[in-house]
Each structure stands twice: as C-alpha cells, then as structure tokens.
Design a protein. Structure first.
Length: 244
C-alpha cells in the first residue's frame, strides 16, 4: 500500500512539474522570437529562452485543435501583443484566439507550440512526433530575383542564391562530406504541401530533409558572402543557379 501511495505521489509531482513548465514556457506577454541554425533541420524558429517552436499538422489555418492533455504536452505560444519576426525571416505572424480567450501566436497561419520534453535551447526532440509535429522554419518561402546576365534565379528566404548540381539524380542528392561543406544543402523541418508547387523534399543519408525544386536538390555556395552573390555559377561546369 505504501509503495502504491509513493508511486501515485511521484506521478502527481511529475504531472505538476510538467504543467508548471508548460505554463512558464507559454505565458510570455510578448515573446521574443529568433532563428537558430540546426544541422539537420536548417533555420528553425525559437521562442523564449531559445526553445524550439513547432506546428501541428492537424490544425487548420489560424485555428488550433490542441487542448487539454495535448496542450499540456505541447504548450501553445501565447502573447498579449503580436511579437516581431526575426530580422530577415519572411512570412507573417498573427494571433489566434483559443477557447479560453487566450491569444496564440501563429506563423503563416500555423499556430505555434513548445514541446514539454525539450529541456534546453536548441533541443528538437518534438520533431516528427506522431508524424504530425514539426519544427517551424521558413524553408518553403523560396523566391526568385532577377540578376542581370543570369536572368531570373531562385534565392532562399535569407536572400542567398540557390544552386543545383548536375551530377545529382532527380530527388537524390549526391553531394556529401567535402562537397556538402562547400555546397551546404538547403534543409527544412517541414514543407507544407501546396497544390501546384514545384517545391519538394528529399531525404539525405543522415535523415535530414533537403529542399528540392522540380526534383533538383537545392544548395548554397560557401563562397557567396551576401545576398546577390552568384560566384557559384558554372563552378566546375556542374553547378548552376536555379531558373524558376
């Protein structure tokens, strides 16, 4: 009997600590958002204390479906006022009203959450949980620019030029090790399926998801130092900017 009481007490204490942690994470009046580079997920959005933010694919645009025990495990990012996006990050923030009247921050319509099992800044243990929870990053907001003799070409959300490698096969990257150090792949945590979009993903050997355009894996060039640089064009006669 004493053993059962001890187990129950420990369980209640754990639940209370998780609830307190979730409340602490979620209750910032106007949270400060930032971007953090992750080796497997690319640039990911973080909230208070550098904790990773996630989206829930069972939500609908500007509507949260995560309540009760779900919201204990995945504390919503709440705010009294709309925070600012990190400098250089494209997209739009909004506030979504929850059932209790609290306002939850959303990115491009996706309500944002923390994950109770992330313990410190940079943790991403919530990535791909249940195949419905994903870290948030701007990987799907690729755009194009016009660059003189090169015409129009694709750039990442940061404005840096994107390249393709002619030795790749469709939806398969062959650039690893020293190649990947010189030509870092454009990674994403989650790419929403948009009808008619040519954007997709391919899994790399380490499990990371690389963004593709019309089946071509996308890369940066390490020697490009600022937006607008295209020094990777025609390197080795196998690297080229990507035409939309």
């Amino acid at each position: 009997m004493t053993q059962i009481t001890t187990v129950r007490t420990a369980a209640l204490a754990l639940f209370a600590s998780l609830s307190l942690a979730s409340s602490t994470l979620a209750s910032a009046a106007t949270p400060q958002l930032d971007l953090r580079q992750n080796a497997k997920l690319g640039s990911i959005l973080t909230g208070e204390k550098g904790m990773t933010l996630y989206l829930y694919t069972k939500d609908t645009p500007n509507v949260t479906n995560c309540y009760e025990q779900c919201a204990v495990a995945w504390p919503p990012l709440l705010a009294d006022a709309l925070p600012k996006l990190p400098a250089g990050m494209p997209g739009k923030l909004s506030l979504v009203k929850r059932k209790d009247g609290a306002q939850q921050v959303a990115y491009n319509g996706w309500p944002l959450y923390y994950w109770i099992r992330d313990q410190k800044a940079g943790d991403t243990t919530g990535q791909d949980v249940g195949k419905v929870w994903y870290a948030v990053n701007p990987g799907s907001t690729i755009s194009s620019v016009k660059g003189g003799e090169l015409g129009e070409y694709l750039v990442a959300p940061s404005g840096m030029t994107l390249y393709l490698f002619t030795k790749d096969e469709k939806n398969v990257s062959t650039c690893y090790d020293g190649c990947a150090a010189a030509w870092p792949p454009l990674l994403t945590a989650y790419l929403p399926a948009e009808k008619g979009s040519k954007l997709g993903t391919t899994a790399r050997k380490d499990g990371a998801l690389q963004v593709t355009y019309d089946g071509q894996p996308l890369y940066f060039w390490a020697k490009d130092s600022k937006p607008g640089d295209t020094t990777g064009q025609n390197v080795g006669k196998v690297w080229f900017v990507v035409k939309p």
